[in-house]
Design a protein around this ligand. Structure first.
Ligand code: NOJ
Length: 689
């Protein structure tokens, strides 16, 4: 079945311009290709039979000659004595439609260079390299074609380098740590980093922004980056427990290695390089995939006022679930997340991975009654699978667990993999980010698609854009979420958090941060130094600044009673036609405007670090000739995140595309704005359509 959304994708593709020029360049050792706007250039060359690439912009080197190739187990390295068999160039251009996302339509325009290499020695092996150069960056991947002298093989090291042309400033988080990707980004010269995750965002001395990441991570190990004092960063694949990096067979393709290039930090956010390097949507009927907002039985557990396990403060009771369902129905939320609904959470639940049962509800949670009640009220329950990182136990139950939830009308599931490492089906301890888990996470996404289930994955593999191919893979964690404010030893996420995350973690894809805490200091709860480091207006702005197709209103629902600011959360959209970064400086401030995909309304979110500031925002992106009501949720004059975080000034003004708004942000503050055509203009627009 093909619904209207997938139909329009088809129309756009068939109308798109596609042409191919084929140039055969024999026995040449250096091949270059420019981006469509001719500003970025990638060069491939063989130096004494070894493959290298380099990247420049405006003729200035960004990445100097960098090595390519592999070390294989029990074989000679696949990295030298090559000759160039063939180099082929082509151009591609299309516009494709996202099922949901930050922008409805995406331009995919690149020039490609396909390099075919063969070893210049007996029993020669073949290696291909594909480079795609875009106006916003570079993607390249290896292909190992079917061949006589290479069949099943094991990669011990991928030699890909990123030789920086200078000691760039980098924002990074460490690898191989207990809390996976949940670390605060640090900034340092590139020469000082050890092993770090991607996206790895950098700034060159001349003010160009780069971000190294990967796209379409499929059946391979995640790439991390190993630093070096000589500025030659190197791909460092996350190993299996036996030390092998990738177990594979020819023919195979690696994920794309990507380097985003931007002149302004906001352009990194607006780049669609990662999505463009992924394959088109594989789900035909997408009518069941719905960006949405939700509430949940969740924050109480993190504050310690409720428990996941049994006892007098168990959160997931039938009565409590009904209370949340009533609230969701009254306030127009799609669903209610219910954690701790199943048995086996008692004790130190993060060690219970081996016994978690995904089809046995807790005795005081009547799933049939709850889901029936929810259905009557037009609300969905969001299911929860905490695996405790015990993959064997989860995979054994996976299909039954999906069927079980599905019979109760549940079509979105939050999964979780709490643990320092994971325990495989064979009992080995594997990293969350090695090939074993890349396979597992994808298996779950594909099986979920079969059962028409949307996923929100916590403790995930980093996003590499597979939401384009599998749009049921809605959102994920993969960073320090709101919960750190409740219990982290360091007191919670720092005040400048949201001025860094959009340029680093968010370049990978959507983040289920779970914003919307109104009781910012939760003084009644367990940890004296923990709180939200921001103002109430900033908490609203997160809904725009942090993109997620599933956004939670995370506070205890009682904290939303009689709160005028709650209207913004009820109103705010979660699926966008356009996204525009209006201003940005990494670590200082960011303002993003997004146009709702299903209405003429725009939303703006602006966030500052620990300093107060005034930002001027021209509203020139609004429709010509239309007046809009701007509902403004601003920090009040006296607001300050640490002393007076709740002081909010909510007011309305009429604006149009000639208006320049002055956003006054308190220290640790923010601002959220909803722009909707005035009633008269709204009626006129409706009439036009
Ligand atoms: C960690 C997740 O990030 C959090 O949202 C969840 O509540 C707990 N694990 C329990 O599954």
């Amino acid at each position: 079945m093909c619904n209207s959304r997938s139909f329009s994708v088809f129309v756009l593709l068939s109308l798109s311009l596609f042409f191919l020029t084929c140039q055969l360049l024999h026995s040449q050792d250096s091949v270059k290709i420019l981006s469509p706007d001719e500003l970025n250039q990638v060069t491939f060359q063989l130096i004494d039979g070894e493959p290298f690439y380099q990247l420049s912009r405006h003729g200035q080197p960004l990445i100097t000659p960098s090595r390519l190739g592999f070390i294989l187990k029990g074989e000679r390295p696949l990295s030298r004595q090559f000759r160039l068999l063939r180099a082929e160039k082509s151009t591609f251009q299309e516009i494709w439609e996202q099922v949901w996302g930050e922008d409805k339509l995406i331009l995919n325009h690149y020039n490609e260079m396909r390099i075919e290499l063969e070893e210049d020695q007996p029993n020669s092996r073949k290696l291909n390299l594909i480079f795609r150069i875009y106006d916003d960056g570079l993607g390249f991947r290896y292909e190992i074609p079917e061949q006589e002298y290479l069949h099943d093989f094991q990669i011990m090291d991928e030699l890909t380098e990123f030789a920086l042309a200078g000691d760039y400033e980098v924002w990074w988080i460490p690898v191989y740590k207990y809390h996976r990707y949940e670390y605060l980004f640090q900034k340092s010269p590139a020469s000082q980093i050890d092993t770090v995750h991607t996206p790895l965002t950098m700034k060159t001395p001349s003010g160009i922004y780069l971000s190294i990441h990967e796209a379409n991570l499929t059946d391979y190990a995640a790439m991390t980056i190993l630093g070096s004092q000589n500025l030659v960063l190197k791909c460092d694949l996350v190993p299996w427990s036996d030390g092998v990096k990738v177990k594979t067979a020819a023919p195979m393709k690696t994920p794309w290695r990507s380097i985003q290039i931007a002149e302004q930090p906001g352009d990194l956010i607006q780049s669609h390089l990662i999505l463009n390097l992924n394959e088109p949507n594989k789900i035909q009927d997408v009518s069941w995939i719905k960006p949405a907002k939700y509430v949940g039985i969740w924050w109480g557990m993190h504050l310690g006022t409720n428990t996941w396990g049994s006892g007098p403060t168990h959160g997931a009771t039938t009565a409590n679930a009904k209370k949340y369902i009533d609230f969701a129905a009254k306030n127009g939320f799609y669903g209610v997340l219910i954690e701790g609904w199943n048995v086996d959470w008692d004790g130190t639940w993060w060690e219970n991975g081996e016994i978690f049962n995904f089809t046995r509800p807790h005795p005081d949670y009547n799933i049939e009654e709850v889901t029936h009640y929810a259905a009557e009220k037009g609300v969905k329950i969001i299911g929860h699978h905490e695996t405790g990182a015990h993959i064997g136990n989860y995979e054994r139950q996976l299909e039954d667990a999906f069927k079980y939830f599905k019979q109760f009308g549940i079509d979105a599931i939050k999964t979780g993999y709490v643990g320092q490492d994971v325990i495989s089906t064979e009992g080995t301890h594997e990293w969350h980010h090695g090939q074993y888990m890349v396979r597992h996470y994808r298996k779950v996404v594909e099986l979920a698609a079969k059962y028409q289930i949307m996923l929100d994955v916590h403790e995930p593999i980093k996003d590499t854009g597979i939401r384009r191919t599998w749009p049921n893979m809605m959102t994920r964690e993969g960073a320090r979420g709101q919960e750190y404010n409740a219990w982290a030893e360091d007191g919670g996420n720092p005040v400048d958090y949201f001025t860094i995350i959009p340029f680093t973690r968010m370049l990978a894809g959507p983040f289920d941060y779970t914003p919307g805490i109104f009781d910012l200091e939760f003084r009644h709860a367990r940890k004296p130094n923990n709180r939200v480091r921001g103002t109430l207006a900033k908490e609203l702005a997160i809904y725009i600044v942090i993109y997620s197709p599933l956004h939670m209103a995370a506070d205890l629902i009682d904290n939303y009673e009689n709160q005028p600011a709650f209207k913004f959360i009820k109103d705010v959209a979660v699926d966008w036609e356009f996204t525009r970064v209006l201003n940005a400086s990494i670590g200082e401030y960011i303002t993003i405007a997004r146009k709702d995909r299903n209405s003429p309304n725009w939303y703006i979110g602006s966030i500052t670090n620990g300093e107060n500031r005034t930002l001027e925002i021209p509203l020139s992106f609004l429709d010509e000739g239309t007046k809009y009501v701007a509902e403004i949720y601003a920090d009040a004059q006296e607001a300050q995140w640490d002393k007076n975080p709740l002081a909010i000034d909510i007011h309305q003004i009429i604006v149009d595309r000639d208006t320049i708004l002055k956003l006054k942000l308190a220290a640790g503050g923010g601002q959220a704005i909803r722009l909707s055509p005035t009633y008269e203009d709204h009626l006129l627009k409706k009439n036009e359509n």
